[in-house]
Design a protein around this ligand. Structure first.
Ligand SMILES: Nc1nc2c(c(=O)[nH]1)N[C@@H](CN(C=O)c1ccc(C(=O)N[C@@H](CCC(=O)O)C(=O)O)cc1)CN2
Length: 295
């Protein structure tokens, strides 16, 4: 069997093209969405991702604002940048690029983000909304995974999804999304403490690999016909990307997301969706408040 490709690049392009008209409609109402980014340090991957987010904004007509801080930035300096974006009316949504340098309390930074401007869906209030089934921004990579599966017609309803990795941007939140009634999957979350990972992986209809361990998942770990999404990123000494999934898995799986070209572009597209949806939500809230006035 040779797996069919879950093409993140093409799917993200379709999502972005749909957003162009929504941005134009907002601008026609005098609302100008703007994405802010806080980047701390010189990590080449993080710099590349942030640059990509600003390129995406330009493509769909969203303004962008950057706050780039040195590796030596203190907790207080990072928190000051967050407060600035909370106050800046030109910034309708923003992200703090993760990971932050060692020694920085990431949770404290994320908790300072104005939940109404949280474009990553990682503020505790927005994660709480997800638990309660309320609407709000959705974490970008998990929602990107779901959109990629839906776009290619992979059945999620009733599927057993095995997720490997318990990081905040993917593993922790993807189970919340996939077990909503609208998705209706059963999720097993695995991590470095999991006993018999291969045995659990072989039961999966869908595998989401987000461990960041080069070629962790091999052909013998995958049930024939399963869908395999490779979220992990490791780089060799030349900076070349390797995913969590061994290339040989393509001979066993029914579907596979390339890496690069799979979940990464979907993460970026979902960020734009969150920015546009936040602007739409705020426009609606303003309109509703205006309708409430009788003068
Ligand atoms: N605040 C956040 N930080 C991080 C997130 C996140 O969702 N929010 N996720 C990752 C990094 N990330 C987005 O920030 C991200 C990762 C990968 C890609 C991407 O398009 N990758 C390309 C390949 C890029 C390359 O060659 O290096 C691909 O897969 O085709 C975009 C965004 C951690 N931090």
């Amino acid at each position: 069997m040779t797996a069919q490709i879950l093409d993140g690049k093409a799917t993200a392009a379709a999502i972005k093209s749909d957003l162009v008209s929504r941005v134009e409609a907002l601008k026609a109402k005098g609302i100008h969405p703007g994405l802010g980014t806080v980047l701390v340090g010189e990590d080449p991957g993080s710099k590349w991702y942030v640059a990509g987010k600003h390129r995406d904004c330009a493509e769909i007509g969203v303004a962008s604002l950057r706050r780039d801080l040195p590796e030596t930035a203190t907790q207080e300096e990072i928190e000051a940048a967050v407060r600035e974006l909370n106050e800046d009316p030109a910034c309708t949504g923003y992200i703090v690029q993760l990971p932050l340098p060692k020694g920085i309390n990431t949770n404290r930074v994320l908790e300072l983000i104005d939940p109404a401007k949280d474009a990553d869906g990682l503020h505790p209030m927005n994660l709480g909304r997800l638990v309660l089934g309320e609407s709000g921004p959705l974490p970008c990579t998990p929602q990107g995974v779901i959109q990629l599966l839906r776009h290619h017609g992979v059945e999620i309803n009733g599927a057993h999804v095995v997720v490997v990795g318990r990081g905040i941007t993917v593993g922790r939140s993807i189970g919340l999304l996939l077990t909503r009634r609208s998705e209706n999957a059963t999720v097993t979350l695995c991590h470095t403490g999991t006993r018999d990972l291969p045995g659990i992986l072989r039961q999966a209809d869908i595998i989401v690999a987000a461990a960041g361990v080069r070629h962790l998942i091999g052909p013998d770990d995958v049930k024939p016909g399963a869908a395999v999404l490779d979220v992990g990123v490791s780089r060799d000494e030349h900076g070349k990307i390797a995913g969590d999934v061994h290339p040989g898995v393509a001979e066993v799986a029914g579907w596979i997301s390339p890496n690069p070209g799979g979940v990464g572009p979907m993460t970026r597209a979902q960020l734009l969706v969150n920015v546009v949806e936040a602007a739409e939500r705020n426009a609606k809230a303003d309109a509703d408040a205006g309708a409430g006035h009788d003068g």
